[in-house]
Each structure stands twice: as C-alpha cells, then as structure tokens.
Design a protein around this ligand. Structure first.
Ligand SMILES: NC(=O)c1ccc[n+]([C@@H]2O[C@H](COP(=O)([O-])OP(=O)(O)OC[C@H]3O[C@@H](n4cnc5c(N)ncnc54)[C@H](O)[C@@H]3O)[C@@H](O)[C@H]2O)c1
Ligand SMILES: [Zn+2]
Length: 389
C-alpha cells in the first residue's frame, strides 16, 4: 500500500517579515480489500499466495497463528504451503486478553526479524481471532514503520468485526486497547469454514455484534437473524445460503460506517451502538461477560431507552429479546440493573465522545438516531425493564 501512496506536499516561508515557518500537508492513499472466500487453504486455491504487493506469487510467507487455530488447522495449513512449495515461517502464539500486550507484540517483531521480512513485497499472514489480528496488526504497523499484512479471521468476532477495519491495539497500563494504531491490512480474507470449530459460546459472543448492526442499521439483516439465528449457531454458519448472506450484510454494513470515518474523526458512529454502557461494565464484570455478550446487553438496554422515548414499540423490543435468545446470548446481568453504575459507564464513554453522550439509539429497527439528553431517571426506568425480562 505504501508503494501506491500519493503525496502532495507544499512548503515554503509563508511571510518574509514574520518568523520563519513551514507547513507540510500530505495525503496518502489507503486501499484494502475485504473478500469472502471458500477453501482458502485447499491445495488448488492460490488466493493467499497472490496477495504480494508486487503481484507475483509468494515464494515464502511469514505466518502468525493463534495456537488453538494451529492445533485445529495447522496440519492443513502446512500441507497447503508444502503443496505450493512455499516456505512458511510460522509463529504460533497462545493468545488471550491477558497476553494481548507489548511483550507478545515484541515476540512477533522478533519473529519478523528472524524470518527476514522483505519490507514491501511480503505481507505477513495473521490467522486467528480478534486478539491475534489486533496483535499482528499492531506489530506490523510498528515494525520498520509499517509492513503489509493479511488478515485471516477464524471466528465470528474477527470475521465480521476485527478483520473489517484498520484499527490495531494491545492492552497496557491495565486498560484495554490503550496502545494502538491505524494500520490497514492489504486484504482481509473471510473463509467461514473456520467457524465450524468455534465454541458455541464464542460464536454466540460474535453474534452479539451482528445483533448490534441489525438493530441499528439493517432491517433485512435483522429479519434474517430473526428467522435463522438458531440454525446459524447450530450449524456454525456452515449452511451455504443464509450464512454467506448474513456475513455479506454484516461486512457491507460495517464498511458503510467505517469507510467514510476510518480514523474516527466523526464521533457519532452508529457502530458504537451497543458500546456505550458495555465497556466499563464489561471491565468490571471480567471474566464473567465476554465482549459480544456485553454488547448484546447494551443493545437491549438501549432498546428500552428508545422504547421509553417512543422510538421503538414494545413489540420491537420483544423481537430483539427473541433474537438474543436464539443467539444464546444472556438477557440479564446484574450490572445492567444498577442505574448509578450505568450512569458512571455512560460518563466514562462520554470522555471518548468529546464530552457528549452522542448515544446511538434505534428509531424503529434498522434506523439510528443520536441523543444527548439521557438522564439518570431514564436509566432507572430502562434498568427496571432489564430486571423484568
Ligand atoms: N480492531 C478491531 O476493530 C476490533 C474489533 C473487534 C474486536 N477486537 C478485539 O478482538 C478481541 C476479541 O476477539 P475474539 O472474541 O475473537 O477473542 P479471541 O481472539 O481471544 O478468540 C476467542 C477464542 O476463539 C478461539 N478461536 C479462534 N478461531 C477459532 C476457530 N476457528 N476454532 C476454534 N476456536 C477458535 C481463540 O483461540 C480463542 O480461544 C478483543 O481484544 C477486541 O479488542 C478488535
Ligand atoms: Zn464490539
């Protein structure tokens, strides 16, 4: 990507009599692709080897893979590289939120150094869930001020969320994602056959993000989820018709929101729906609640707020509850029944939204409005509704 960057720079003394100063402006083109693929590691498939920046087939590839995914797919992946006579330098990492840190990122950097990554033509291949993708993206962005990488997401959270945007991160100072960067991949290759081995709870967790997108911006996706969530979860997204369509809607919806706002300059983001109360609560509830579970509870809580404002009908909130049930997501958590804590969570979120609530709420399923005037009394009513489910 760096190769194709376009720079426009101008500089010069602005005023002969004033202090000398120069101003540089530059812009860089950013381009990456997201593609649904089938059988990524089947011997006949060359998509992964065709992703070099120079366009020629890779002769070697540096790979970083989630340990669990390696145990399940490592043999097939190694056989794939052998079949194509491509040397693969594979680093296998045990990943978790606890090890999503600078030490692990440095471990990846050491691997890049020993494997001898060629700066431009050798994208690093990251294969795993959200943690692995964030870690490799972060390391790739730092190493020699940025080398290309390919995202191969292997669970739901990664496939329709972490793989789609350009954010990378590690946890530090006791805070999640405190260090990070914007470093776009060359390509994200989504092969849903990986989902067949994902634990039910992990997949259900990922589906929390689908629910978020559906309620706030995609009535058709909501309709699909309403009819098929139980089947999708049960079949681990292996059915050939509905699963690709659901993933297509999710990726398209994410890109529609992310693409015009890749660097998050606009703070009113509908994809922040479900991420207003959850972040603080999720941290307090660790390890009880997974991220997508907290998102889903936040979605439901926000739906009750919308219901009290007449923006959603009771019947629509019941539909949301029904979908959550069929996704095997939790419907209750004691923290979502505590108004003071919910207010604290909202205030914490406001610090990331320039001091305003900018709270995305659904106005009918599939449409979004932002509000700034949610009071403790509103939170109290919604918290009571949560307790009544
Ligand atoms: N950068 C972004 O835009 C972005 C977006 C969403 C989430 N994230 C980050 O992602 C992380 C959460 O991601 P996660 O939920 O994927 O966690 P995770 O990466 O820990 O994966 C969850 C579990 O799934 C396992 N797994 C992955 N693929 C599998 C497969 N095919 N079969 C069986 N098991 C498999 C992993 O080994 C792990 O045990 C958080 O750190 C979050 O900050 C980043
Ligand atoms: Zn999320």
């Amino acid at each position: 990507m760096n190769d194709r960057a376009m720079f426009k720079a101008s500089w010069g003394a602005l005023d002969r009599n004033g202090p000398q100063q120069w101003r540089v402006t530059a812009s860089q083109e950013l381009a990456y692709e997201v593609r649904q693929v089938e059988g990524l590691f089947e011997p006949g498939n060359k998509v992964l080897l065709n992703c070099s920046e120079g366009g020629q087939l890779a002769a070697r590839q540096v790979v970083v893979i989630d340990q669990r995914v390696d145990a399940l797919y490592g043999q097939a992946i190694r056989a794939y590289y052998d079949h194509h006579r491509v040397t693969a330098h594979i680093l296998t990492l045990p990943v978790s939120e606890e090890t999503k840190d600078l030490d692990t990122a440095l471990q990846i950097v050491r691997h890049l150094e020993t494997a001898g990554v060629l700066r431009r033509s050798d994208p690093i291949v990251a294969i795993g869930g959200g943690v692995l993708l964030d870690l490799v993206g972060f390391a790739a962005g730092m190493y020699r001020r940025g080398v290309p990488y390919i995202k191969v997401p292997t669970n739901g959270m990664a496939m329709w969320d972490a793989a789609i945007g350009i954010k990378t991160a590690v946890n530090t100072l006791g805070r999640r994602n405190r260090l990070g960067s914007y470093h776009a991949p060359s390509i994200a290759l989504l092969d849903r056959s990986f989902l067949k081995t994902v634990d039910r709870r992990d997949l259900s967790n990922g589906m929390g993000e689908l629910l978020k997108l559906a309620v706030i911006k995609d009535a058709r996706l909501f309709d699909l989820l309403e009819r098929h969530s139980a089947m999708l979860l049960g079949s681990r997204f292996q059915d050939p018709v509905v699963a690709p369509e659901v993933i297509e809607h999710a990726v398209h919806g994410m890109l529609e929101e992310l693409a015009p706002n890749l660097w998050e300059r606009t703070l009113e983001r509908s994809v922040d729906f479900g991420h207003s109360f959850g972040p603080l609560i999720e941290m307090k509830a660790l390890p009880e609640l997974l991220h997508g579970e907290a998102v889903a509870l936040d979605v439901l809580f926000s739906c009750w707020l919308a219901r009290e404002r007449g923006m959603l009908e009771d019947r629509e909130v019941q539909r949301v509850i029904h979908v959550m049930r069929s996704m095997a997501l939790p419907l209750r958590h004691r923290f979502f029944e505590q108004p003071a804590l919910l207010m604290e969570a909202l205030e914490d979120t406001m610090r990331h939204r320039d001091g305003q609530q900018r709270l995305p709420l659904p106005r009918g399923i599939g449409h979004c409005t932002f509000v700034n005037d949610v009071s403790l009394a509103d939170l109290t009513v919604a918290a009571r509704r949560m307790a009544d489910v």
